[in-house]
Design a protein around this ligand. Sequence first.
Ligand SMILES: [Mn+2]
Length: 297
Amino acid sequence: MLSVDCEELKSKVRGASSAEFSRLVDEVSEVLKAEGERRGGSGLVELAASGKLAVVGDIHGDLRSLLFILNGVRGADKILFLGDYGDRGDESVEVYLVILELKRRFGDAVILLRGNHEGPPDLQAVPHDLPLFFRRKYGGEGVRLYEKVRAFWELLPFSAMVKRRYLFVHGGVPTHVASKEDIAFAHEMHPQRPNFEEILWSDPAEGQGSMPSFRGAGQLFGEDVTERALSVLGVRTLIRSHEPCDGGVEVRQHGKVLTVFSRKGMPYMNRYAAYLLLDATEPAKDAYELVRASVRF
Ligand SMILES: [Mn+2]
């Protein structure tokens, strides 16, 4: 069970020294390396269809929402984050401290996926204010810690699935998926093939096919693209984040895709944020049914 004392955690991360941050990244990086080796280098985490799974979308430096969520998911067995931890929010460094501490305490019960704000060096998201937040909190030491965090991104998986049920990514599914490996090893094909970029950056569109995204990276992928990827993986529904939605959750593509967005405040205008609490043993739900498993706040 993911039982954390949020008040204790809050004061711990607000007061963490640069040396403490540094030790924590080192320790968690070793854990992630070992997990990656156990997956044979795959960036796809295969989760057992058992227990209660909490799913959290973009946090972007919103510590308050993150702690609210952690308070609400104490009964969950696992927690899966869909990426985008820093940038935009004032407490981006503290959010990093929380996710690192969760990973240190709970090991493989905490799954941290890569978002487009944790992308490879040639796909830098902008604006990127995380380095400024590090400098503000830790001065010159902050520069070194930020570099460590960049190396930590390279160790994160970028997709997860619950067999016969769900696929989880930050942005979307690649336009061309013929096998599970096209997702699991997308990072190794980058930049020769666009799969990794699309997983981190793409958004669903209503309609068919794919077209270039207004974001300047990734694609707008149609319902047929989603259908193909889901059928190759043998799952029913894509759960992703990446786009703010006013209600915290949004159904796309006739229930094949659910967007969940978990932070509040500027520069986004969403009135609600949300997270999911799923029973992974239950049969697959479509996005309409998943909305009922969401907690809006
Ligand atoms: Mn994003």
